[in-house]
Write a protein that binds this ligand. Structure first.
Ligand SMILES: *[C@@H]1O[C@H](CO)[C@@H](O)[C@H](O)[C@H]1NC(C)=O
Ligand SMILES: *[C@@H]1O[C@H](CO)[C@@H](O)[C@H](O)[C@H]1NC(C)=O
Ligand SMILES: *[C@@H]1O[C@H](CO)[C@@H](O)[C@H](O)[C@H]1NC(C)=O
Length: 501
């Protein structure tokens, strides 16, 4: 009996520690933990489903229309590690589709995976194309044509048949929301999911166009409220954005409440065409969207990102902040550009080696911010020269050829000091130095607070040190890290705007 109850106790402990382990995996992040963009490549118009314990993301391949003949997908168990699934659907399998395969909308029903997409970008009803549907036995396809023709192949209420989203309500009724050219429709889908139903008044298409609507509708139901999201502005430019409305009915009306996702001049532009990720059985939501890198002028230069979506107590949605964070847990350094040195993130930290200088920069442009990162000198150089590693900020003009860039730096050096300085083509100016006796292989968290002309550097932890100066030669620019003469590791990068005082 005694050993039995000990066994029972052990079993209880065992199972509760299992529970603890699994719940600690719940992705409860402020933004993409391993950085945005969270996957590599040019993609747009993402939609998502949770299939078989994994998050699936289905985007448009962001290329010239004639090259948009296929769809890729990505899956992840934790929103951090992503697996690419290439060519899950190809226009070759749809006799009527040949270009502009856009904005896939996934849904699972009754043993079948469905993927709705727009194709051919028709401008008139005399052209063949519109919204099609593919069916597959697995989330990764291959998706095949059950119809042999588009599901919606003509304009209704002025809505171009593109940009569909499919939503299944709690009562089992499925709806398709769609429409380009500034008109949005909703229609019922029959239980077979490949034919359209009718509303009580006998019509098939009901116009629900909200104020400012351009394209990209997306339906979410939460606590009995129907949220319609849509995109405004032009998809190729910086102003593309997401707004939303709320209704007690899936058919609206959806009065425009607010714009909740838009460009941030410090982070990215053209943030739009969203979907919403819900962590199953939680009230944790993420805004999933595409955006352009700062300064990019190619409309197809679109990348996938997600950030936290917070609801207020009254059910309205707070503006989404595009945050800058990377813990390199995906073993990747997507979004970082390097200038000299050897860099990788295979150890789940950003590791750089450079006999002379090496820079790794994020394409950000903050003016006033708090920038934190862990810095570790992991290997000293072979010669007796002093090496250093640390944070660089308000950087401009980086080049792979020389060190003529401009910016500020806050570094730790192999001679044991914390140094704040400014650099340009003519050399460096030391603004402050503290001897702190830093040893190699210690990890240090460096925190830079730059607010107008006041620049404050703090070395956190045991060897605590502070340098505060006034200097305003550089007012904004890129953020990143640099290594010189040694090998160093950087981790848990986090940059947050502060409003100027
Ligand atoms: C679900 O699939 C089964 C087998 O194909 C079919 O008999 C049944 O009618 C389907 N149910 C619905 C609601 O479509
Ligand atoms: C960065 O932002 C500042 C304003 O904060 C702007 O003047 C500057 O042109 C921007 N730099 C780039 C490279 O876009
Ligand atoms: C990032 O920095 C901000 C400001 O210091 C802080 O509020 C936030 O918690 C940090 N986030 C992470 C993930 O470290």
């Amino acid at each position: 009996m005694q050993s039995r109850s000990v066994q029972a106790l052990l079993a209880t402990l065992w199972s509760s520690s299992c529970l603890a382990a699994s719940s600690s995996k719940t992705p409860d992040f402020a933004t993409s933990e391993a950085g945005n963009p969270f996957v590599d490549g040019w993609y747009a118009d993402p939609d998502t489903q949770f299939y078989n314990g994994e998050y699936w993301v289905y985007p448009t391949a962001s290329r010239p229309y004639d090259e948009q003949t296929y769809l890729d997908a990505f899956s992840s168990p934790d929103l951090v590690h992503w697996t690419k699934h290439s060519t899950i659907l190809t226009a070759d399998d749809f006799t009527w589709a040949h270009r502009a395969v856009w904005a896939p909308a996934p849904v699972y029903r009754n043993g079948t995976y469905y993927l709705y997409f727009g194709a051919n970008d028709i401008q008139t009803d005399s052209e063949l194309g519109g919204i099609g549907v593919g069916v597959a036995e697995k989330p990764e396809g291959p998706y095949r044509d059950p119809l042999g023709h588009p599901l919606i192949g003509a304009y209704h209420n002025g809505a171009q048949p593109i940009d569909q989203d499919v939503f299944v309500d709690d009562d089992g009724q499925a709806y398709i929301y769609y429409g380009g050219h500034s008109h949005a429709n909703v229609a019922k889908l029959n239980d077979d999911m490949i034919s359209l139903g009718t509303f009580d008044d006998g019509t098939t298409f009901k116009e629900i166009t909200p104020e400012n609507y351009v394209e990209g509708p997306q339906m979410l139901k939460r606590n009995g409220i129907y949220y319609l999201f849509w995109s405004e502005g032009g998809w190729g430019g910086p102003d593309y954005a997401v707004s939303y409305g709320m209704s007690s009915s899936p058919l609206g009306p959806f009065d425009r409440i607010a714009k909740i996702l838009q460009q941030d001049e410090a982070v990215a532009t053209g943030s739009g065409h969203n979907a919403v990720i819900q962590v199953p059985d939680t009230d944790i939501y993420y805004m999933l969207y595409h955006r352009h890198p700062l300064g990019s002028t190619n409309g197809n230069d679109r990348h996938l990102a997600y950030d936290r979506l917070y609801f207020s107590d009254d059910g309205t949605i707070e503006p989404v902040k595009m945050l800058v964070h990377d813990n390199f847990e995906d073993g990747d350094m997507i979004g970082w550009e390097t200038y000299g040195g050897d860099w990788d993130a295979k150890t789940n930290a950003l590791r750089g080696t450079a006999s002379s200088g090496g820079l790794a920069l994020l394409n950000t442009n903050f003016s006033d911010f708090i920038y934190e990162a862990d810095v570790k000198i992991s290997k000293k150089g072979n010669n007796n020269c002093v090496g250093y590693a640390g944070l660089f900020f308000r950087v401009s003009g980086p080049s792979s050829d020389d060190d003529s860039f401009k910016g500020y730096y806050a570094v730790i050096s192999t001679s044991g000091s914390l140094v704040l300085g400014r650099t340009d083509a003519t050399g460096v100016i030391v603004l402050g130095r503290e001897e702190v006796g830093i040893e190699s292989t210690e990890q240090h968290r460096i925190r830079v607070t730059a607010d107008g002309s006041s620049i404050h550097v703090e070395l956190k932890g045991e060897r605590h040190a502070v340098i505060s100066v006034k200097d305003d030669v550089y007012k904004s620019g890129m953020d990143g890290v640099r290594v010189f003469g040694i090998e160093a590791e950087f981790d848990n990068v986090n940059i947050t705007r502060i409003s100027s005082s």
